[in-house]
Design a protein around this ligand. Structure first.
Ligand code: GCU
Length: 663
């Protein structure tokens, strides 16, 4: 039986799957062959498109040449396709997509959707498509119960949770099905449904409340998405009543084995656990004098019989640092904690590493840990939710940043995209907002993440255009050009008007929105810029600083070690320099700060007017929401510009070379 396509609740934006995206398929004659649960999903999709556009879909007939499209399961060809790969070709008027598994067929269908009319014109040589990374995952920082400080979704800027509503799983999961459909269309195949900070209510999802997780898993499964759960390392104590959660204790091991057996009883294709341990107050193995490998392997052993994995996060650092202490460097922490453990993690453990050494700033170097653990499966974590990049009130398309990270090579080694054997993970930016992501243009981040996880070496601008083509299918070329223009450079624009040259932070403490140059300067969080009257930046060199630069392989260790060879955009991350220091660009640091802050605001003004010119050409609700957010972005950008420029003028006493107004 074909699975009906989820029905979007009234007023919810169709994002990159508007009905018109299916026009090319829906007007044609399609044959679907094979039997597997996800083949019913494919059938439902094509049937719905045909209902709308007048085509026909048949099942399991002979491919007699009368079909425009044949979507079928078949044996592997010369190359193994795996569960998720597919081939696509067009010969003699028929486009054929073949996969060896249901997921592959679903991805093949969405490939044809992306091609649109082009899928049905001319001839197409055989092409094989397979994801480069087996795991393409979203972590939701969603709380089940509204948290007094963090709300329903920690660092969420898109309304409430798609899964949870004030203490319970949502009863109506139709929108979750629609979410799964959107995710499948960009290649995402796994979701963790609760926050990595596991509070008391959420901890129980693992045990007596697993049925709620199972209901969500059932809604996501038809779109090829496996469900994962964030768990608390202290669960044997807090839920099991044991006196300890020591990973080497037999009763603790038995408790996890039994709890996990029950999880799989409820969710047979359960993905596994996500764990934030000994990090920002979460419990972990350090309390028992055990290593993080011992902690991770405890959960890995419980999951192993069922084929599950544990995502063990490497975000471990001292968040109670004394700002007077200049020897402790938070950037060093993940490497210092985890590199000595390389080779000790069980095979079904993924060490989940944030892409930079700090915390999702607009500019950070690539984490040195990623190149330094050859005997450990790593998953690289990105942040789609724009905690530090404008909180979905500012346009900041992160595709170019993520692509730079994924293409980065430690030494002559493989790229980060290839080293992320355990997969690519992003903290989700979606919620129950009618536009899914608060800012309608932030949908591009979610889509781009999925496509980069499928192909980390994809050209991000091509992905952006793909998103534009799908999301605005009937728009005139002016709209596509306008959208491309306002999104393409938006990350660099955001960088220009916020913290300069890789120094990071300078945000309002707590909620992290808006400027506060010294907001974290005398705090325990380890995020300092050390600006004084003479200069700014953190000396992380080996010779005179914290030694962090030495965590890289050559040539990076050498390039980062010296202010002369360090790339401009990371200069203040690695070095403390004078305001008069000349960058490779030829400008002094202080003049660079002034210039970029003025330029950043001008670029926002320009983008705002490009957007205004599209009024009447895009859906009015979308247009209005974006226009309204541009007002806030411009206000925010001016505030950043004026606070940052005034701060540095006052510290340095160096006037702007161009005599512009600074306060
Ligand atoms: C950041 C963020 C927290 C989050 C943490 C994490 O510090 O501000 O809200 O819990 O990252 O990744 O665990």
């Amino acid at each position: 039986m074909p699975l009906p396509v989820p029905v979007l609740p009234e007023g919810v934006d169709p994002a990159w799957l508007p009905p018109a995206a299916f026009r090319a398929i829906g007007g044609r004659r399609t044959l679907i062959r094979g039997s597997a649960p996800l083949v019913e999903t494919v059938h439902g999709e094509v049937a719905e498109a045909c209902r709308r556009f007048g085509g026909r879909v048949e099942r399991d007939a002979a491919p007699d040449g009368a079909y425009d499209l044949v979507l079928g399961l078949g044996a592997d060809g010369p190359e193994s396709l795996g569960e998720e790969g597919f081939t696509c070709a067009r010969e003699g008027g028929t486009t054929t997509v073949t996969a060896s598994g249901g997921r592959g067929l679903l991805y093949g269908l969405f490939h044809v959707v992306r091609l649109g009319e082009a899928a049905f014109t001319g001839e197409r040589a055989w092409e094989t498509h397979r994801p480069a990374l087996a795991l393409r995952m979203l972590d939701h920082w969603d709380n089940v119960a509204v948290h007094p400080v963090m709300g329903q979704v920690e660092r969420g800027y898109a309304g409430g949770s798609l899964f949870w509503d004030d203490g319970r799983a949502r009863g109506d999961l139709e929108r979750v099905r629609a979410y799964g459909r959107l995710l499948a269309a960009c290649g995402i195949n796994a979701v963790a449904v609760n926050n990595v900070n596991v509070h008391a209510t959420e901890a129980r999802l693992l045990t007596d409340r697993i049925g709620e997780v199972a209901a969500i898993a059932a809604a996501l499964r038809p779109y090829g998405i496996r469900t994962h759960l964030s768990v608390s390392f202290a669960a044997p104590v807090t839920l099991g009543g044991l006196p300890t959660a020591d990973p080497l204790d037999g009763a603790v091991r038995d408790w996890w084995a039994e709890a996990t057996r029950r999880v799989y009883g409820a969710i047979p294709d359960f993905g596994g656990y996500v764990v934030k341990a000994d990090s920002e107050g979460q419990p972990g193995p350090f309390a028992y004098g055990r290593s993080h490998a011992e902690g991770a392997n405890l959960l890995a052993a419980a999951l192993e019989p069922f084929g599950g994995t544990v995502h063990w996060r490497a975000f471990v650092y001292d968040h109670r640092q004394d700002w007077r202490d200049r020897t402790t460097d938070r950037a060093r922490a993940a490497y210092d904690h985890f590199v000595p453990l390389d080779g000790e993690f069980a095979d079904n453990t993924m060490l989940q590493v944030k892409h930079g050494p700090m915390d999702f700033q607009v500019r950070e170097p690539v984490s040195p840990l990623i190149g330094a653990m050859p005997r450990t499966r790593l998953a690289v974590e990105l942040q789609a939710t724009q905690e530090y990049t404008g909180q979905q009130r500012h346009v900041c398309w992160l595709g170019p940043m993520w692509s730079e990270v994924l293409r980065f090579r430690h030494e002559h080694d493989r790229s980060v995209g290839a080293l992320a054997r355990g997969g690519l993970v992003a903290v989700s930016n979606a919620g129950d907002d009618p536009f899914w992501t608060g800012h309608p243009l932030a949908q591009a981040n979610l889509y781009t993440f999925g496509r980069l996880a499928w192909r980390p070496d994809a050209e991000p601008r091509a992905v952006l255009d793909e998103w534009i083509g799908l999301s605005f299918p009937d728009a005139p070329p002016q709209v596509a050009d306008g959208l491309h223009a306002v999104l393409d450079g938006s990350w660099r624009t955001y960088e220009k008007y916020t913290a300069p040259l890789g120094v990071g932070f300078m945000v309002q403490p707590g909620h992290h929105y808006g400027p506060s140059v010294d907001g974290y300067e005398y705090s325990p969080w380890g995020t300092y810029h050390f600006a004084d009257r003479d200069g700014i930046g953190v000396d992380r060199s080996v010779s005179t600083g914290t030694g962090y630069a030495g965590q890289y392989a050559k040539p990076w260790a050498e390039l980062y070690e010296s202010a002369d060879t360090c790339p401009d955009e990371l200069l203040l991350f690695f070095h403390h320099v004078s305001y008069g220091h000349t960058l490779h660009s030829g400008k002094t640091v202080i003049q660079h700060i002034y210039d970029t802050h003025f330029e950043g605001v001008e670029e926002v003004e320009e983008a705002r007017s490009v957007w205004a010119s599209l009024a009447g050409l895009v859906d009015p609700a979308r247009h209005a929401r974006v226009a309204e957010r541009y007002e806030e972005q411009l206000r925010g950008a001016r505030e950043w510009r004026d606070q940052v420029n005034s701060y540095f003028l006052r510290k340095s006493g160096v006037p702007d070379g161009r005599g512009r107004r600074i306060y």
